[in-house]
Design a protein around this ligand. Structure first.
Ligand SMILES: NC(=O)c1ccc[n+]([C@@H]2O[C@H](COP(=O)([O-])OP(=O)(O)OC[C@H]3O[C@@H](n4cnc5c(N)ncnc54)[C@H](O)[C@@H]3O)[C@@H](O)[C@H]2O)c1
Length: 441
């Protein structure tokens, strides 16, 4: 059966992807997309570029690539820009980040050098551990002036690069832990707070406000409140901007959301899960500050509770001891090593252990996530999906949801939701894996 399509086939003209922060994740994203465009490498890790989607019954054998099925912006039509508190261009920033090898950096150098960061909205109270002079910073009278300046940056970028659509992705440092305050509750209070430069408004919220106000999709790749406040959700509902977050799901949390649903599916118990890691990039350094670590810790800890449902399965998961540690260890750079110890138990309560030693590369895992989010958020905007985009929970450690709902953390449920949303948008039947003809109903 064919249903009505919710989106036009061809994406119009160019898409600008603006990253807040030109650090390890964003430079790896930008360099990777350019390398793919030049045929130097394949888009490994990107669902939008490499995954297929099954349509209709298995017997129909319709399995197009997602990028051929939904009208995503082709990579050739993507343009990059962004903001950072340092003046380093894309090449210098990528070199500092030490994610990519010299062979890639040399070849991409002229392209990366053209990416010049625009002046940032910054407040050192929210990121204490950045080394060096943060001189590429906007000087407005109030936070509202700075939001206006960001909106002017977006317009100027779109003009310069001939983009008719933009997406903003927060790839900047993790900000200090901040709880929701009265100034975040309503749009009116928030706008007053911007005019009064309220210290309870973090820089990330100023970027989010500027993008959402213009109806531009905004994705948050870091932990922290950021766009997840009622005031900005109210604004998104008003302007129609899609928003999503938070904290790119990579590394240890990705492993957690792959393994925990499997253990639960087989009704195996868990007594403890200890995760620790060492990393030495700038992100690790920022997370060395207890206030930024607290933000990250909250984002990482929630995952298991939602997947395992200890209230439904108390015999299996009620006594789970879950601990997460992040250790800044400069010699490792971006090549993080994460260790997990799982104390599980099985038939008749007999204990077993699982050990994971994941020698990962943080930004290599994060870059395709940032790309997919940017392309899907643009798709959402064109399809008229406004506000929180729960179907993109697949990509986040700590998915944001509408008030009254709980987040879905199970990677496989998240994947089903993502693919079914694409089928829905394109007027295809949703797949339930229940072939009526074989069951006689
Ligand atoms: N790498 C991963 O796998 C991963 C996974 C999940 C989340 N994240 C999050 O993504 C973010 C980026 O990670 P990264 O490894 O690229 O970090 P990074 O430190 O290399 O880059 C962050 C950049 O943001 C800049 N910055 C800080 N505050 C800013 C502001 N107000 N405006 C503009 N720029 C600002 C910094 O100068 C820096 O260049 C971090 O918050 C991190 O926690 C990363």
């Amino acid at each position: 059966m064919t249903r009505e399509k919710k989106i036009e086939i061809a994406p119009p003209a160019k898409l600008g992807i603006l990253t807040v922060g030109l650090g390890a994740v964003s430079t790896t994203l930008i360099a990777g997309v350019e390398a793919i465009r030049r045929g130097i490498c394949k888009p490994i890790g990107s669902v939008t570029q490499m995954a297929t989607i099954r349509l209709g019954k298995r017997t129909e054998e319709r399995n197009p690539l997602i990028k051929d099925f939904v009208p995503l912006s082709p990579l050739e039509d993507v343009r990059f820009g962004g903001w950072d508190v340092f003046h380093d261009d894309g090449y210098k920033a990528a070199e500092n980040a030490q994610v990519l090898g010299k062979e890639h950096l040399d070849e991409l150098r002229p392209y990366m050098e053209r990416i010049k960061p625009m002046a940032a909205v910054f407040d050192p109270r929210y990121v204490k551990k950045l080394k060096g002079e943060t001189t590429n910073v906007k000087q407005g009278k109030s936070l509202m002036d700075k939001a206006d300046a960001l909106m002017a940056d977006m317009d100027a970028f779109a003009d310069r690069e001939k983009c008719d659509r933009l997406v903003v992705v927060w790839c900047a440092s993790t900000e200090a832990f901040l709880e929701q305050k009265p100034v975040h509750k309503s749009l009116a209070d928030f706008e007053k707070g911007l005019k009064d430069s309220s210290p309870e408004i973090a820089p990330s919220m100023v970027y989010a406000y500027a993008a959402i106000k213009k109806g531009i999709p905004y994705a948050n790749g870091a932990p922290g409140l950021n766009c997840e406040i009622p005031a900005l959700q109210e604004l998104a509902d008003k302007t129609g901007a899609p928003i999503s977050g938070k904290d790119f799901k990579t590394g240890q949390t990705l492993m957690k959301t792959i393994i925990a649903p499997g253990l639960k599916a087989r009704m195996l118990g868990l007594g403890g899960w200890f995760s620790t890691n060492i990393l030495g990039n700038r992100d690790g350094e920022v997370l060395d500050d207890p206030e930024s670590f607290k933000t990250k810790e909250v984002s990482k800890l929630g995952v298991l509770d939602y997947i395992l449902q200890p209230e439904v399965y108390p015999e299996l998961y009620k006594n789970l001891y879950h601990k997460v540690r992040i250790n800044y260890y400069p010699p490792r750079g971006d090549a993080k090593e994460g260790w997990d110890n799982l104390d599980i138990f099985g038939w008749m309560g007999y204990p077993m252990q699982i050990k994971i030693d994941f020698l990962c590369r943080d930004s290599i895992l994060a870059a395709p996530v940032a790309l997919d989010l940017a392309l899907f958020m643009d798709l959402a905007a064109r399809a008229g999906l406004k506000g929180i985009q729960e179907w993109l929970s697949f990509y986040y450690k700590s998915p944001i949801v509408r008030e009254g709902l709980y987040p879905e953390h199970d990677l496989f449920i998240q994947q089903t939701k993502l693919k079914n949303t694409l089928r829905y948008l394109m007027g295809e039947d949703l797949i339930t894996h229940l072939g009526n003809e074989y069951y006689g109903f």
